[in-house]
Structure formats: C-alpha cells, structure tokens
Design a protein around this ligand. Structure first.
Ligand code: CA
Ligand code: CA
Length: 203
C-alpha cells in the first residue's frame, strides 16, 4: 500500500508538473506572440511615418484632409485673401488646388456645395491671371488648358466695378449645384474667401 501510495503520489506530482509546464509554455508562447505583434505594429507605424507608405493600415491623409484620387484636400473653415490663402496652404506643405481633369472638378464641386453656407461662400482655387491679364496660370505654373475650363456663364469678366484692378483670382462653388460643373468665377484677389488646398497623399 505504501509503495502504491508513493507511486501514486509521484505520478500525480508528475502530472501536475506536466500540466504546469504545458500552461507555462502556452503562457510564454502567448506572451511572445503578443510582444512580437506589438513590435510589428510599432514597426509598421514607424515605417508609415518614415516612408509615407500607402499601406491600408496607414492613414492616407492627415487629420483634417480628405483623400481623393491619390491626393489630399483641405477645405478651409475661415476666409482670407487669395495670397494669404495660398500661404496657409504652403504652411501645411500643400498649395492651392490645381484642377487637372473633369473628375477632380466633379469631386470638388460636390464637396464645396455641401460646405457653402451662403451663395457667396465660395472657395479660392489655385488659378490666377495676376501676372498678365487674360493669361490664366495655375499655381504650379502650368497654363490653363482651354479645353478644360469650368467658368460660370459670363465669366471670366475681369469686372472692374469696385476697383480698377479688375479680377485676377478664381473662386469656385455654386450653392444650388453647378450646371455642367461650371462654377468658376474670377474675383478681386483682395476679397476674403474660403480656400481649397491640395497635396499628394502618402503613396
Ligand atoms: Ca483678370
Ligand atoms: Ca468675375
């Protein structure tokens, strides 16, 4: 009986030890996996920041910027004159928006419409003829493609009713929606408007 009891005791001790070993191994494995995953996540975050990766786990645009078609767009909440608006965009490592195709105009037109509070609550874009009257240049120094313009009816008119300087900066937006996306209007540059900044996303 004594021998049997001792054997039995030894067996139970062994089983208990085995169970504990298995539990310990499982716990260590789980801990290792967790540590590894945390390290991976941290590494990915660092890579996102360092290399501006476009991985799905990386945000494509900074807070306050809206992603669209490989670009990030910022719609200002406050108004300023055209040159100051451009300066604000540059401070955020962007520039006033350059509209390169009809799809981009469509996107901006719909976004701006949703943000306009009054009919005059339009947004500056990066188009001006301030260097030479009638010669429209984008802020990236490209000439306006005359087959890709979205002037409202009767614009640009370089209207000089308020100042003899005329109108050299372009704003966009139609609160009720633009006919055929035509929402551009040349405006006196010293007028305060909201504005749209643009920069490449982190791709
Ligand atoms: Ca003009
Ligand atoms: Ca005008």
């Amino acid at each position: 009986m004594a021998a049997s009891s001792r054997r039995s005791g030894v067996t139970w001790e062994r089983v208990a030890l085995l169970v504990l070993s298995v539990l310990l191994a499982a716990a260590l494995t789980a801990l290792g996996v967790t540590l590894h995953e945390n390290a991976q996540t941290k590494k990915l975050q660092e890579e996102c920041e360092a290399k501006h990766l476009s991985d799905e786990t990386c945000p494509r645009c900074e807070d306050g910027w809206e992603p669209h078609g490989g670009k990030c767009y910022f719609f200002s909440l406050f108004t300023s004159i055209w040159t100051q608006s451009r300066r604000q965009c540059k401070l955020m490592r962007g520039d006033l928006v350059v509209i390169n195709n009809r799809e981009e105009q469509r996107f901006l037109e719909s976004r701006v419409r949703g943000k306009m509070e009054t009919y005059d609550d339009k947004f500056w874009i990066g188009l001006t003829d301030s260097k030479k009257e009638g010669e429209w240049l984008w802020v990236d120094d490209t000439r306006l493609d005359t087959s890709l313009t979205f002037w409202r009816h009767g614009e640009p008119d370089n209207w000089a009713g308020l100042t003899s300087d005329g109108q050299d900066c372009v704003r966009m937006g139609e609160k009720d929606g633009a006919t055929d996306l035509k929402s551009w209007d040349d405006r006196y540059c010293e007028y305060s408007q909201k504005y749209i900044c643009e920069k490449p996303d982190k791709a």
